[in-house]
Ligand binder design. Structure first.
Ligand code: ADP
Ligand code: MG
Ligand code: MG
Length: 987
């Protein structure tokens, strides 16, 4: 016997392994061991053994050779099964049959192979016929074995890649059909024992003909063939591409479980099924499942026969007439129900179960944490905390950002969607569902919406000029563009349903219609989009609301609030956005930008005044424009503060790139010139003077306030007067003033003097004491010099807010607008692990942030510190902010819940780390086994020493590389847009 343990036994109330050993035994093997052996469970599990994932790695590292002594371990495993199950493998009189099952650390549904009924041959078949008196059943099992075995072991595992439709499985399937036709029957089950016996002969001949080899009659050969084939299936095409998508490392490997067969197809007192401890589609706490009498497991999953509901509660209008297990076999149902309850209590989570009934006896074949959709996941998390089945900390770690995101958008009624044919497919760019009438221009989208219609904006592609139409539309559909296209970026920011790159669609502006492979949809016709899947349907499908009013969602946000330490604010510039964000649980506004009031509806006049101010030459010209602008500003500020009643609102002073505001159209230039009373030559001169070679580093942010103090004064006045008016009206306004783009504390000192003067004036004007309206002034930290001198800044500031867009731009020296030209190569060549504008570059920019925080807090220990860049809504970056000790993050309204979730998950991780000194010990168990393996190898064969030693050392960096791959991929998919979306872009 070799020193390393490669085979773990289970059955008969005992098991070598347990649920914690998923890395070594795979999910299936570990959970079978848990069910069979844990003292709280000891469930009826057919005996078996599991071969470790490390053996899988050994298999591949040694070109398919197993280590010496392994055959003895497998033989001992079979003995163990024989003893418990009272059958003997290969014994013609009392044969044992086994299944050879795959199972990786993480479930990879349908991606790997399993072979059932192993051990059947001409002789053992006779033995089972004698003991069961059921030749039909035995011949059926035999022909299934030949079919599965020749496919999985003799063809796939051998690397044979047959032509389309010429695979051995399909060829045998055709023989089965031929036989059914010859006998004039429809169902497999209508074939008699003799038919099947005949079919087995035909099958064997076909296998020989196609594969040039005989189906092996030797049961031992069958088991070994099965084991090899399951290992081999880890590197099958399907499994590899699935791993790429899911980011599962190649070196995890699969385990193999060899387990005694139990038969659900032995007659009407037998059956099989799949069940969930709660409804995986709704999350409702009701035992849910499907079963089939007289069938084997795969029949339920493969959909060969329509399965029956497991209980009365699970019946729908379609399945009402079908027999439930609850009614048909009430005793077995209660046994299963009791097991299901015990399992859920044991695992503290919803489980997915496989079971089989053999002649009235129930057997458990699998359990694992069940997959669920977003709404169900949230409901279960909330329920399980209430039921005290889980802690809030555990509950928040169970929801993925994508699952939470599903709840934030209305979705197509899944029942209706299922029965509707897909019309068109594209890339899922913005989540949720949308229904509307087709319009082909942004203008129409706005106009039709004004008339109370719901529209889908359909374009060849979209550009920044379409934003108003995109905003108005229910959903957006484009023929061109990828996940990074303008439409996709904008839609995601708004949480709007959007499908891009639907290449089969042709948009014909002349005839005002679109066509898809000959089918025409006219302007005004109805379409339904599923932006989470990228599917388009003709007509109007019903949507169901899954939003902030969902009580489960609200309760779950409450759970996150309880667990998280980090505050979550929102970036909002309008009362509408502020309201949405509040619904989603925003705890204030971290960034309100004045720029917004110069775009979109009703912005004509303010924009004109702003332009006039920009091209003003004298202070009096500028003051005049600003005075006219003042009421617009105050009104805008006031409405948003009103919505945010009781919560802080951070107003950032204007930070425009001046040249962007100089009109290019001649008529607009003329209008401004006339208004200012200057000639158009003079106007052109002034406009030219505004030109900057590098506007991103030009006359912007606080620099404007230094040049034109009146700008600072008017903005401060708008903010403070609006707040004073609200306070006077009994509201609780909490404004905070934020100065952007600062690089030296002297800038702040300069601006603060101006702001303080305005503050005194406002207090006097409203006869208000300081205690009622506090002056809070802080700065954005977005220039490296500010981080380095943050101690000085802190002395002058009530708060810092890291502007990580500019900080990344200035820290890297990457222009945000030009990064699209070179970032893809950087990601492809792994110069950068991810787009630093999406996920904070912790190594560099992160260090700048940490320095800023440390220096700031050294002077003011309670300094409030936040972040208001795009990163504030990126889960990885939020986690960084938590670790860095920030007070809050601020992100777009739709990302508020996701930021809360990330913050809660990070806080939960802290808690679990602090709580669990037992964990490292449990983890240490594995390296210990590995060390033993290395030692053994060292003792036995010096040649192997290097190989065995190499494996673990190689593993660590390899894993890291994979872990880093994931964000890189994400970033690549979201790479910066080529065309700068000038309007409304964040600086
Ligand atoms: P998958 O991971 O694809 O679900 P499984 O290993 O679970 O593969 O097996 C496929 C089907 O065969 C399942 O329905 C399972 O219940 C059934 N099955 C596997 N092993 C046995 C067994 N020992 N006895 C009866 N049915 C089995
Ligand atoms: Mg299974
Ligand atoms: Mg900025």
């Amino acid at each position: 016997m070799s020193a390393a343990k490669n085979v773990y036994l289970f059955g008969g109330g005992k098991a070598d392994g347990d649920e914690k050993m998923k890395n070594l035994l795979g999910g299936k093997g570990a959970n079978l061991a848990e069910m069979a052996g844990h003292s709280d469970l000891r469930l009826p599990v057919p005996a078996g053994f599991t071969i470790t994932t490390e053996m899988c790695n050994h298999f591949f590292q040694n070109k398919g050779k197993f280590p010496p002594g392994f055959d003895k371990e497998v033989a001992a495993g079979l003995k163990h099964i024989e003893k418990i199950m009272n059958h003997k493998f290969g014994d013609p009189d009392n044969p044992l049959l086994v299944s050879v099952r795959s199972g990786a650390r993480k479930s990879m549904p349908g991606m790997m192979e399993t072979v059932l009924n192993v051990g059947l041959n001409e002789k053992t078949a006779q033995g089972i016929i004698k003991s069961t008196n059921n030749p039909r059943f035995v011949y059926d099992a035999y022909r299934r074995l030949i079919q599965m075995y020749s496919d999985v072991v003799m063809e796939k595992a051998e690397g044979i890649d047959p032509a389309e439709g010429q695979g051995i499985r399909q060829q045998l399937e055709r023989e089965l059909d031929k036989m059914k036709r010859a006998r004039g029957v429809k169902q497999d089950t209508d074939l008699t024992a003799d038919d099947l016996k005949q079919l087995i002969k035909i099958y064997k001949a076909k296998v020989r003909e196609v594969l040039g080899k005989d189906f092996p009659e030797d049961p031992m050969e069958q088991v070994w063939g099965g084991i090899r084939a399951v290992f081999q299936s880890w590197n099958g095409k399907r499994a590899i591409s699935y791993r790429r998508i899911e980011g599962i490392p190649d070196e995890w490997g699969t385990a193999v479980t060899v387990q005694s067969m139990v038969f659900g197809n032995m007659g009407d007192d037998s059956g099989t099924g799949v069940a969930f401890t709660r409804n995986p589609a709704t999350g409702e706490n009701v035992f849910y499942g499907e079963w089939l009498p007289n069938a084997q497991g795969e029949d339920v999953v493969a959909g060969i026969r329509t399965p029956y509901p497991i209980n009365e509660a699970g019946k729908t209008e379609h399945t009402a007439a079908l027999p439930s297990l609850e009614k048909q076999f009430s005793k077995i149902y209660s046994e299963l129900h009791a097991i299901e309850l015990r399992l859920e209590k044991h695992y503290h989570d919803m489980l997915d179960l496989e079971f089989t009934i053999e002649k009235g006896k129930l057997w458990m074949l699998q359990c694992r944490v069940g997959k669920r959709n977003g709404p169900a996941a949230v409901r279960m998390a909330v329920d399980m905390v209430r039921e005290k089945l889980t802690t809030p900390e555990e509950a928040v770690t169970r929801i993925t950002p994508a699952q939470l995101d599903e709840l934030l958008h209305p979705i197509i009624d899944p029942a209706k969607e299922k029965i509707t044919a897909t019309f068109l497919k594209g890339l899922p760019a913005g989540p949720g569902g949308a229904v509307g009438q087709v319009v082909l221009t942004a203008n129409d989208a706005v106009e039709w919406t004004k008339q109370g219609k719901k529209v889908i904006l359909v374009r060849e592609e979209t550009n920044p000029e379409d934003v108003e139409g995109m905003r108005a539309a229910q959903g957006i559909l484009t023929a061109r563009g990828g996940m990074t296209s303008h439409a996709a970026l904008v839609a995601r920011g708004w949480g709007k349903c959007c499908i891009v790159g639907a290449g089969d669609m042709h948009v014909d502006m002349a005839t005002r219609q679109i066509s898809v492979k000959g089918t025409v949809v006219k302007e005004g016709d109805w379409l339904t989009l599923n932006g989470s899947k990228g599917t388009v349907y003709q007509g109007a499908l019903p949507l169901i609301k899954a939003s902030g009013e969902n009580p489960d969602f609200v309760a779950f946000m409450g759970t996150c609030d309880k667990v998280k330490k980090l505050g979550v604010r929102t970036n909002a510039d309008t009362p509408q956005d502020a309201k949405k964000a509040r619904e989603f649980g925003a705890e204030g506004i971290g960034l309100f930008r004045f720029e917004h009031m110069f775009y979109g509806e009703g912005a004509d006049r303010p924009l004109f005044l702003l332009r006039r101010m920009i091209v003003s030459k004298t202070e009096s010209e500028r003051r005049k424009a600003l005075e006219e602008l003042f009421p617009y500003m105050k009104d805008d500020v006031k409405k948003t503060m009103e919505v945010m009643d009781g919560l802080p609102v951070t107003f950032r002073f204007l930070d425009p790139l001046l040249h962007e505001f100089v009109p290019t159209r001649q008529d607009e230039r003329q209008r401004l010139a006339t208004d200012l009373g200057i000639t158009s030559e003079e106007f052109s001169k002034r406009a030219d003077n505004l030109h900057e070679s590098n506007p991103m580093m030009g006359h912007r942010g606080v620099r404007l306030g230094i040049s034109y103090p009146e700008m600072t004064e008017v903005q401060s006045q708008a903010i403070l007067e609006a707040a004073a008016e609200l306070i006077q009206a009994g509201k609780n306004a909490k404004p905070e003033i934020m100065i952007p783009v600062t690089s030296t504390v002297v800038e702040i000192e300069d601006q603060k003097k101006l702001i303080e003067k305005v503050y005194e004036k406002v207090l006097t004007k409203f006869a208000m004491p300081k205690s009622k309206l506090a002056l809070v002034v802080g700065t954005m930290i977005e220039i490296p010099r500010a981080c380095v001198t943050a101690d000085k800044f802190a002395a002058q500031c009530d708060f810092f807010s890291f502007g990580t867009n500019d900080l990344t731009q200035m820290g890297f020296g990457f222009s945000r607008d030009d990064i699209g030209g070179f970032l893809p190569k950087y990601l492809e060549k792994k110069i950068l692990p991810a787009d630093p504008f999406q996920t904070i570059d912790q190594e560099g920019i992160g260090e700048l942030i940490k320095m800023g925080i440390a220096k700031g807090r050294a002077v003011k220990p309670n300094l409030k510190i936040g972040i208001c860049g795009e990163h504030g809504g990126d889960p990885e970056s939020v986690k960084f902010c938590h670790k860095a000790g920030m007070s809050y993050v601020s992100c777009s309204p739709y990302r508020v819940p996701l930021a809360k979730l990330a913050a809660a998950q990070e806080a939960a991780a802290d808690l679990l780390k602090a709580k669990a000194p037992a964990k490292p010990a449990a983890r240490a168990a594995r390296p210990a086994v590995k060390k033993a393996a290395v030692k053994a190898a060292v003792k036995k064969a010096p040649a192997k020493k290097t190989a065995a030693k190499k494996a673990p050392t190689k593993k660590a960096p390899a894993k890291k590389a994979v872990a880093r791959k994931a964000p890189a991929k994400k970033a690549a998919a979201k790479k910066a847009p080529k065309k700068p979306a000038a309007k409304g872009k964040k600086r």
